[in-house]
Ligand binder design. Structure first.
Ligand SMILES: [Zn+2]
Length: 182
C-alpha cells in the first residue's frame, strides 16, 4: 500500500465527525471489495452505542418486467442516524456535501432523473440497528493531484460510498444507499 493511501485511509472524513469509526473485516456488511483502497467501518455514537434509527428519502421505483410490474423501494441520501440510546441525531452522509463530486463542486446527488418533487425524509425501518459504511480512494493518482493543488483534506474526496443497516435481532445487512461519488 502506498504511503498516500495509508495516510488517506487513516484519516476520518469530515462527514463522520459526529461518530466513532471502528474498522471491520466482516464481509457480510458490504458488497464492496475488501481491498486497501476501501475503508470498511462500523459507526458508533460517542455515548458508546452502536444502535441507530436510520432515516433517508424513500423512493419507490416501478420496473417493467416481461409479464408484470415490480415495485422496489430505494432510499436516497441525505442519510440521518439517531442514536437508540442517547437520542443524538446526526447527518451521516449527504451526496450534495460529501465525497468527490460535492467536494469537486459537481454533485450528482441521489435524485432520480425525471423526478421533480422532493422526497420526504422517512425512517427506513421501525427498529434500530447496526450501521456499516464503506468508502474508497481508488485512483490514487487523482489524490496525488489534489495534494499538488494544495488541497488540505483529500480524505473528504472519497469516490464511492455505501451505507448498510442490520436491524437489531437480525444478522443480515440491508443496503440503505450506495453511490459512485464521481
Ligand atoms: Zn448515543
Amino acid at each position: 500500500m502506498s504511503d498516500l493511501l495509508k495516510t488517506l485511509t487513516a484519516k476520518k472524513p469530515s462527514c463522520f465527525k459526529d461518530f466513532e469509526l471502528v474498522h471491520t473485516n466482516d464481509r457480510s456488511t458490504s458488497v464492496m471489495p475488501f481491498k486497501p483502497e476501501y475503508v470498511h467501518v462500523m459507526l458508533y455514537c460517542p455515548c458508546g452505542s452502536e444502535h441507530f434509527f436510520v432515516s433517508a428519502h424513500k423512493y419507490e421505483d416501478t420496473i417493467n418486467l416481461f409479464f408484470f410490474k415490480k415495485t422496489r423501494v430505494l432510499f436516497l441520501g441525505p442519510v440521518y442516524l439517531e442514536c437508540a440510546r442517547c437520542g443524538k441525531e446526526s447527518l451521516a452522509f449527504d451526496p450534495f456535501r460529501h465525497g468527490w463530486n460535492s467536494e469537486g463542486d459537481h454533485p450528482t446527488g441521489y435524485k432520480p432523473s425525471g423526478l421533480d418533487e422532493e422526497l420526504a425524509l422517512t425512517q427506513c425501518y421501525d427498529k434500530p440497528g447496526k450501521v456499516a459504511v464503506c468508502y474508497s480512494y481508488q485512483g490514487i493518482e487523482n489524490y496525488e493531484d489534489l495534494i499538488e493543488e494544495g488541497i488540505q483534506n483529500p480524505q473528504d474526496f472519497f469516490d464511492t460510498f455505501e451505507l448498510t443497516f442490520c436491524i437489531e435481532g437480525t444478522t443480515k445487512f440491508l443496503n440503505i444507499t450506495s453511490d459512485e461519488c464521481r
